[in-house]
Design a protein around this ligand. Structure first.
Ligand SMILES: [Zn+2]
Length: 321
């Protein structure tokens, strides 16, 4: 029996350097192997699903024997209206994968010598595919809950006498948001974005199964969780860990998200905060998996994802608005 491509040594060690050395033909064949991995890389028709497909001799396209549709290796994926070569798409995914603190669109556009807009949409499509696998996930066992605030920075005025007291709500920008992380000990992480911590209780009830042991800090917002869960609380002004009560795993996730904000993106707009938070949750959960395997997970997810409603034609829509 032939070995499944995705678990082969060749696939696991598919690095950026190897991707860049692929010929056009090899790049298309690699794309096909990832996309149609379940069928050993043999194409199936994106229209009718038939596997009776002919390769065209003169051009790199396929023709379906059953419905007569013509399609390329990227047809029916989010790369269908691509502005990049197949090799550049694979390279973009490899570069994005390697960014442990995230990757900015500006940097990606410089790396690939493509327009900022192309890189921006591509990076968001990758984030969307990474987030898709956790959409319906629920958590159980031992789960840490914590919140951290992002965005809405107000620069203090130059002169001391002109500076407003930023502790008052009317002096704040109103753009500050809280990311709430739910993290299984030795398990998966879920994130959601709210205006304030207490608004997250309903979402936590939906995503964390009853019977779960909850760990949270002393913030009063989490008092409401005691009605449904067994909960251990830790007062961070006294200690960070006490008899198993701690939120250290949730804090590790926030440390990664904070490094992505400060080191990579510099500013994260509230509109995209959830996209960045779930991207960093994916990276945190999969951090021990080799880069080559991470590349295949992201590439496989993004090729299997339906054409994005949010990001398909994004700039065309915003230009009209
Ligand atoms: Zn067909």
């Amino acid at each position: 029996m032939t070995q499944h491509f995705l678990v082969s040594a060749a696939a696991r060690s598919l690095s950026l350097a190897k991707v860049m050395r692929l010929s056009d033909e090899e790049a298309r064949s690699t794309f096909a192997k990832i996309r149609w991995a379940a069928n050993d890389g043999k194409p199936s028709c994106p229209k009718c699903g038939s596997v009776t497909v002919y390769a065209c001799h003169s051009r790199p396209i396929f023709k379906c024997k059953d419905c007569k549709a013509q399609f390329s290796v990227t047809s029916g994926t989010i790369f269908a209206d691509r502005k990049m070569s197949v090799r550049d798409i694979l390279a973009a995914i490899a570069i994005f994968t390697n960014g442990a603190k995230g990757y900015s669109a500006l940097q990606l556009s410089r790396d690939l010598d493509c327009q900022y807009k192309t890189a921006f949409v591509l990076a968001h499509k990758l984030r969307e595919a990474m987030a898709a696998e956790s959409k319906t996930r629920t958590l159980r066992g031992h789960v840490e809950i914590d919140g951290a605030y992002f965005g809405g920075h107000v620069a203090p005025a130059n002169r001391k006498e002109d500076r407003a007291d930023l502790r008052f709500k009317h002096n704040q920008s109103g753009k500050r948001k809280v990311v709430v992380a739910m993290r299984e000990r030795k398990g998966k992480t879920l994130t959601a974005v709210f205006g304030a911590e207490h608004e997250s209780i309903q979402t936590i009830r939906e995503r964390v199964e009853s019977g779960t042991m909850i760990y949270a800090d002393e913030a009063s917002a989490w008092d409401a969780l005691h009605a449904r869960y067994d909960a251990k609380r830790i007062n961070h002004s006294v200690s960070f860990s006490d008899d198993g009560a701690c939120t250290n795993q949730a804090e590790s996730f926030f440390s990664r998200l904070r490094r992505a904000e400060i080191g990579t993106h510099h500013h994260i707009s509230g509109q995209y905060l959830n996209a960045y938070a779930s991207e960093m949750a994916w990276r945190e959960d999969n951090r021990r998996i080799p880069n080559g395997s991470q590349f295949l997970m992201i590439a496989g997810a993004v090729m299997a994802a339906p054409v994005s409603s949010q990001w398909c034609g994004y700039w065309q829509r915003s230009a009209k608005a």
